[in-house]
Design a protein around this ligand. Sequence first.
Ligand code: PEP
Length: 251
Amino acid sequence: MRRPLIAGNWKMNGSLTMAAELAGALVVKMKGAGTPAFDMLICPPFPYLAAAAAMIEGSGIQLGAQTCHAAESGAHTGEVAAKMLADVGCTHVLLGHSERRADNGETDAMVRARAEAAHAAGLVAVVCVGETEKERDAGQTIAVVTGQLKGSLPDGITAADTVVAYEPVWAIGTGRTPTEAEVQEVHAAIRAELASRFGKAVADGVRILYGGSMKPSNAKGLMALPDVDGGLIGGASLKAEDFWACAEAAG
Ligand code: PEP
């Protein structure tokens, strides 16, 4: 009943030419696919959002940014407001990615404020959570992820305005992944946390993506898990063939 979402996080990669080529290649595949059984989202760097929006128009591919500021406007040099993202065609925004938590000191409270701003602008907030290797080794994975959810999710979320992405920090860009059983265990705990705070109907509807070294060879097994509703894909989203293969594994 939850439609898989395949999201590509391009991070700080590419060029205008590459963005246009990659988006264009995905549009061709999307058009050839007829009625795909998944939703597809691409999240290019800020400067390429408008060009990507023009490329994917009418294809069914959705557009997201990689962060937004919590304020509506004002003296925040270098920042981008959620409304500006909506203005250029974004429907989604990634929030609290571990690279932003590490590089920019984003706390759970900051992620929550950004998610509230995203919702106010009509964007779907894709809220990222995940443990470090040290935390996993210490047996703290569920406590850490649950704590991040408590702090990062606004009150009153709905299945339509929020997606959760579970991304173990140690699996991002490393080629390593948890076992399928470990992924399912965390996703089930995330859904249980959502149910206890927002109710069963919301928890049953919210899509929970797995992210961390997802690629064509492991996508099928990961996405077949009962509480995995798609993927947030970094490296493999930069090649149309690989990203598409992951998407087909979900459908
Ligand atoms: C990510 O950056 O969100 C990610 C999951 O990266 P990768 O797929 O490269 O591990």
